[in-house]
Design a protein. Structure first.
Length: 312
């Protein structure tokens, strides 16, 4: 593992962690008041001043944003027929966790993963640590989950697992680590001990997962709120007719992590000028006086941070 520091600014992140964690509690209540008719207002669009590759997950901690991203060096290739249970080659890539300020400047970065395991997914922040999954860039493969210190970017390996884990949340009050598979079609629930080590991670995947009962979007990024609930965003590409053009339907769901069932669902009808839905990958939400503020980074390579205020 290597750490690359650029213009390092020391910020007392842990000193504000308790405030950030407490501020998440109203998010579920305010999200539950949103509908598809809620008013979305664009607050700002901030260009990010560095190559972002293919962003995946995002959390905001004080005046810093942590962004996971996969750098594709050699794309995967589909096999004519599955090989050893895999539908494509591993490809070659590099997994990044970026730290940036709210003006879009890169502060630090760390490279995570190893070998064929180079694809970071959706990430979470529990008030003390960042939780980052890194997997092979193909379904039914392998993954590593890291716990990362936001002060130092030191990463601790928590779990190696024989499936693609594309996003994780740390359910602090339940003592579990919840994850989604490729396309979020399966939901995993891992038990943690007091040292935040996984208790049941050696059990077969089929004994730890359930089918996702929500089908209209695939979760890309999720964040734990409180009281057993997480906020998840994502999308699915659809066609109006069998030969018609593809369009992306995006949405955000409040999910009960114990059952995997959505509690409240809201479609997102906001796109970039080029037609990318805002929930393409990374997102973050925080409560405001009148509603919620959402942060999105839907674009690859030369990305922008889109900030929206939403009121019921």
């Amino acid at each position: 593992m290597s750490i690359h520091k650029i213009g390092l600014v020391v910020v007392p992140l842990l000193a504000i962690a308790a405030t950030e964690a407490a501020a998440q509690s109203p998010v579920a209540d305010r999200f539950g008041a949103l509908t598809r008719n809620s008013q979305w207002q664009l607050v700002s669009t901030v260009p990010l001043g560095f190559p972002t590759f293919h962003p995946q997950g995002m959390v905001k901690v004080g005046d810093r944003i942590f962004l996971s991203s996969v750098e594709i060096i050699e794309p995967t290739e589909r096999y004519p027929a599955p090989r050893d249970g895999l539908d494509r080659s591993a490809g070659v890539g590099r997994g990044h966790l970026f730290e940036l300020d709210l003006e879009g400047n890169l502060v630090r970065e760390v490279v995570l993963g190893e070998g064929d395991i180079y694809h970071p997914g959706g990430i979470d922040f529990d008030g003390e640590s960042l939780w980052v999954p890194v997997a092979e860039y193909r379904p039914d493969s392998h993954a590593i989950i890291y716990r990362v210190d936001p002060e130092t970017l030191d990463a601790t390996e928590i779990l190696r697992f024989p499936d693609h884990l594309g996003g994780v949340v740390h359910a602090t009050d339940a003592g579990t680590l919840n994850a989604v598979s490729w396309g979020s079609r399966h939901l995993y629930r891992f038990a943690l001990d007091e040292d935040l080590s996984v208790i049941n991670g050696s059990e077969p995947p089929e004994e730890l997962r359930v089918l996702n009962p929500s089908h209209y979007i695939d979760y890309q990024d999720c964040h734990y709120l409180a009281a057993g609930q997480a906020l998840c965003s994502g999308l699915v590409n659809y066609r109006q007719t069998p030969d018609g053009p593809v369009f992306a339907l995006g949405g955000i769901e409040l999910v009960d992590v114990a059952t995997g069932r959505p509690v409240h669902q809201v479609p997102v009808q906001q796109w970039t000028e080029n037609g990318l839905v805002m929930t393409q990958n990374p997102f973050w939400a925080e409560a405001t006086e009148g509603g919620l503020r959402f942060y999105f980074i839907p674009e690859d390579d030369s990305s922008r941070l889109f900030v929206y205020d939403v009121t019921p």
